[in-house]
Ligand binder design. Structure first.
Ligand SMILES: Cc1cc2nc3c(=O)[nH]c(=O)nc-3n(C[C@H](O)[C@H](O)[C@H](O)COP(=O)(O)OP(=O)(O)OC[C@H]3O[C@@H](n4cnc5c(N)ncnc54)[C@H](O)[C@@H]3O)c2cc1C
Length: 390
C-alpha cells in the first residue's frame, strides 16, 4: 500500500500552491476590507483576470475535457487542488469550468451555453431546490407544461448559488406529475434570464448569498431541454455528485490553514507567564484537530480515488462529505477558541471561516442525508463494511 503522491501529483499540487501564495493570498486584506463594507470580495472582472493569469500558468478547466481546452484531471488531482484553494478565503476558483451536466448538451446548446460558460463569458446556476423541496428533492413542484414548440415554466426555486448573477439557469422542472420526479417525471431546461425569470437575493450568515428564482409563465423553446425528457432528476443527482468530494477537499484546505494559525498563536501568546501551548487543554485541541484532519484527508482522497477507478463513488463520497464538513466545523471552532477574544473579532478572518463552513454541513446534501445514504447502503446490502477491501 502506497500513501505517497506521484511525482506528477506533487508537481501539480506545488504549482497550484505557489500560484495561490503569490497571486491570491496577497488579496486577503482587501477582500476582508470589502466584505466588511458589504461589497463582494472579488468582482467578476477581477476574478476573470486572475483566472486568465492562472490559464497562462497552465491551469484552466480542471474537470473540462481536453477537446474543450481543459485539463481533464483525475479526481484525486482535482481533490488536491481544491485543498490548495481552501488555504485562502479569497473567493477564487480556476476558470475554464462548466457545470458537469452541461456536457450532455446538444451541439447547438454547446455553442450557446457550454462553450461561453467555459470561457467565462456566460454565467450559469443550477436550480433544483424549492421552498417545499430541499433534502426531498423528488418533491419538486415547479412545472413545465408543453405548449406547441415551447414549454411554459411556473414555480419557484430557492437557495440557488449564483442565482442573482447568472444569465442562464439549469432548471429541473416537473414534466409529468403522475410519474413523479424520480421515475422520469422531471426534465432539465436551459433557461436564459432574458426568457423572463427573475431572481431575489437571499441574505445568509456567509459572504455572498444564493437567490430565489421566480418563474411566472416563462416560455422556453423545446430545443432548450438538456439531455432527454424525463432525465432531469438523474442529471440533478449527477450535478450534486461532483460536490461530494470537492466540498470536503476544500474543507481540508481550510482546516490546514486555520490549524497552522492556532499552532502559531499557541507558540507565541503568553498567559500566567507561559505560552498557552504549554497547557494540556490547548494541546488536546491541537491534537484532536490534526487527527480529525488526517482522517478526513484519507476519506476524501479515497472517495476521489474511487471516482478515478470507475467504481460507484456514492458511499465513499457520502462518508467524505459527512466527515469532512463536520471536521472543518470542529477545527475552526477550536481554532477560534485558541485565539480567545481575538478569534471572535473581525480583525482576524477566523470568524469568517466559522460562518462559511457552517454551510458545508447543509448544502449539496445535509449531514443527515449523507447518514441516510451510508446507513441505507449497509442496511440494504448495497455495500459491505470495509468497502473495496471487504
Ligand atoms: C447557501 C446555499 C447555497 C445553495 N445552493 C444551491 C444550488 O446552487 N442549487 C440548488 O438546487 N440548491 C442549493 N441549495 C439548497 C440546499 O441543497 C438545501 O438547502 C439542502 O439540500 C437542504 O434542504 P432544505 O434547506 O430544504 O432543508 P430540509 O430538507 O427542509 O431539511 C431540514 C432539516 O431536516 C433534516 N431532514 C430532512 N429530511 C430528513 C430525514 N428524512 N431524516 C433526517 N433528517 C432529515 C435535514 O437534514 C435538515 O437538517 C443551497 C443552499 C444554501 C443554504
Amino acid at each position: 500500500m502506497d500513501f505517497s503522491l506521484t511525482d506528477e501529483e506533487r508537481a501539480v499540487r506545488d504549482t497550484v500552491r505557489s500560484f495561490i501564495r503569490r497571486e491570491v493570498m496577497p488579496l486577503e486584506a482587501e477582500v476582508l476590507r470589502r466584505e466588511r463594507a458589504h461589497q463582494p470580495g472579488l468582482d467578476h472582472s477581477e476574478l476573470r483576470e486572475l483566472q486568465q493569469k492562472a490559464r497562462k500558468f497552465g491551469f484552466w478547466g480542471l474537470a473540462t475535457p481536453e477537446e474543450y481546452g481543459g485539463m481533464d484531471l483525475p479526481a484525486v488531482l482535482q481533490s488536491l487542488i481544491w485543498t490548495e484553494l481552501g488555504h485562502t478565503f479569497v473567493p477564487f476558483r480556476f476558470g475554464g469550468e462548466a457545470d458537469n451536466i452541461l456536457f450532455h448538451a446538444t451541439e447547438e446548446q454547446k455553442r450557446e451555453f457550454l462553450i461561453p460558460t467555459i470561457e467565462g463569458e456566460r454565467r450559469s446556476c443550477f436550480a433544483i431546490t424549492e421552498p417545499g423541496a430541499g433534502s426531498d428533492a423528488a418533491n419538486i413542484r415547479l412545472s413545465a407544461r408543453r405548449d406547441g414548440d415551447d414549454w411554459i415554466l411556473d414555480g419557484e426555486k430557492t437557495f440557488i448559488t449564483g442565482g442573482n448573477d447568472a444569465d442562464f439557469a439549469i432548471v429541473v422542472a416537473v414534466t409529468d406529475r403522475e410519474k413523479g420526479a424520480r421515475n422520469g417525471g422531471a426534465t432539465a431546461f436551459l433557461v436564459d434570464r432574458a426568457m423572463g425569470w427573475r431572481s431575489e437575493f437571499i441574505q445568509t450568515m456567509g459572504e455572498g448569498g444564493p437567490a430565489s428564482l421566480i418563474f411566472d409563465g416563462v416560455r422556453v423553446p423545446h430545443r432548450n431541454i438538456l439531455g432527454e425528457i424525463g432525465q432531469g432528476f438523474t442529471l440533478g443527482m449527477e450535478w450534486i455528485g461532483k460536490g461530494r468530494y470537492t466540498i470536503p477537499s476544500h474543507a481540508i484546505g481550510i482546516a490546514e490553514r486555520v490549524l497552522q494559525m492556532a499552532i502559531d498563536h499557541a507558540n507565541t501568546r503568553e498567559t500566567f507567564g507561559t505560552k498557552i501551548g504549554a497547557n494540556q487543554a490547548i494541546q488536546w485541541m491541537i491534537a484532536d484537530s490534526e487527527t480529525e484532519l488526517e482522517a478526513a484527508r484519507w476519506l476524501v482522497l479515497k472517495s476521489a480515488w474511487t471516482v478515478d477507478q470507475g467504481m460507484d463513488p456514492r458511499h465513499a463520497s457520502s462518508m467524505g462529505k459527512l466527515y469532512g464538513a463536520g471536521m472543518v466545523n470542529r477545527v475552526v471552532d477550536r481554532v477560534l477558541q485558541i485565539h480567545g477574544g481575538m478569534g471572535y473579532t473581525r480583525e482576524l478572518p477566523i470568524e469568517r471561516w466559522y460562518r462559511q463552513v457552517r454551510l458545508y454541513r447543509i448544502f449539496e446534501g445535509t449531514d443527515e442525508m449523507q447518514r441516510l445514504i451510508i446507513s441505507r447502503d449497509l442496511l440494504r446490502g448495497y455495500t459491505k463494511i470495509g468497502g473495496h477491501l471487504a
